[in-house]
Write a new protein. Structure first.
Length: 255
């Protein structure tokens, strides 16, 4: 299969503007590796050598790599910085007590059609409609998506997603109109950028709640699943507020 055909398949699924700022799921990656390795290598070679991203179009550029990713061996230290006893954390983490929580989020993501990270499903409690925003989009794109819910001619999505419940980790006012369900991966650099943008959105708009759910992409980020499990251990041993503080540091590689 020619690389142009592969590109068309991806473009038709995600939209051309989302290609450079979306981390694809394992299934999609397997397809690309199997049928397009040589072509993909050639395509990557057309990237701007200055590190500014893809040449084509005006798509967002890839984030630059900052501090090295936090190692799994450093997680007890990070948890301890938020008052979690290292002994309790290690017991939870090593026993796999929170594996099912992460697996449930992953299953929900797959059922909803999320194929990469970050994927956001915006739910409007006023109209009962959903809108999907894929990739690390800038703040103005997210703000425009919220406005569209008041447009009678707006384009919306049919989504199967687990409703908000008391096991979710939420930032924002309880009675806010919009709920953004984000499916994310702690080692995804685009998720790192998006995490900052989502915080800006919640800070700027009191009508937005942000729900963080896990979608570790094992083939790309072999440590991401364990990091997600560690975050749920922190939530279990402390509370949801501490989960967020821990996640802020973990996803931005701040030990």
């Amino acid at each position: 299969m020619k690389i142009s055909k592969i590109y068309e398949l991806i473009k038709n699924r995600f939209g051309e503007k989302n290609i450079p700022n979306l981390y694809l799921s394992s299934l999609t990656m397997q397809l690309l590796v199997t049928v397009g390795l040589i072509g993909a290598a050639y395509y990557i070679g057309t990237l701007n050598s200055s590190g500014t991203g893809l040449r084509a179009g005006a798509a967002p550029t890839a984030p630059t790599q900052g501090a090295p990713r936090i190692a799994l061996t450093d997680l007890p230290k990070l948890a301890a910085s938020f008052g979690v006893k290292e002994k309790d954390f290690n017991k939870c983490f090593e026993s796999g007590e929170t594996k099912d929580i992460v697996a449930r989020d992953e299953k929900d993501a797959q059922a909803s059609g999320a194929n990469g990270t970050p994927t956001n499903f915006i739910f409007d409690t006023k109209t009962g409609k959903y809108k999907t925003v894929v990739g690390a989009q800038p703040l103005n794109v997210l703000q425009a998506a919220l406005v569209e819910f008041d447009n009678a001619e707006g384009v919306f999505d049919t989504v199967t997603i687990r409703a908000l419940d008391n096991t979710d980790h939420v930032r924002g006012a309880d009675n806010s109109r919009f709920i953004v369900f984000e499916y994310s991966d702690y080692d995804c650099p685009f998720c790192q950028r998006h995490h900052t943008t989502m915080q800006q959105l919640v800070d700027a708009n009191k009508e937005v709640r942000w729900v963080y759910r896990h979608l570790p992409l094992d083939q790309l980020h072999p440590d991401a699943r364990r990091k997600a499990e560690s975050a749920e251990c922190v939530a279990k041993l402390k509370d949801s507020e501490t989960f967020w503080k821990y996640s802020d540091k973990l996803i931005t590689n701040q030990l």
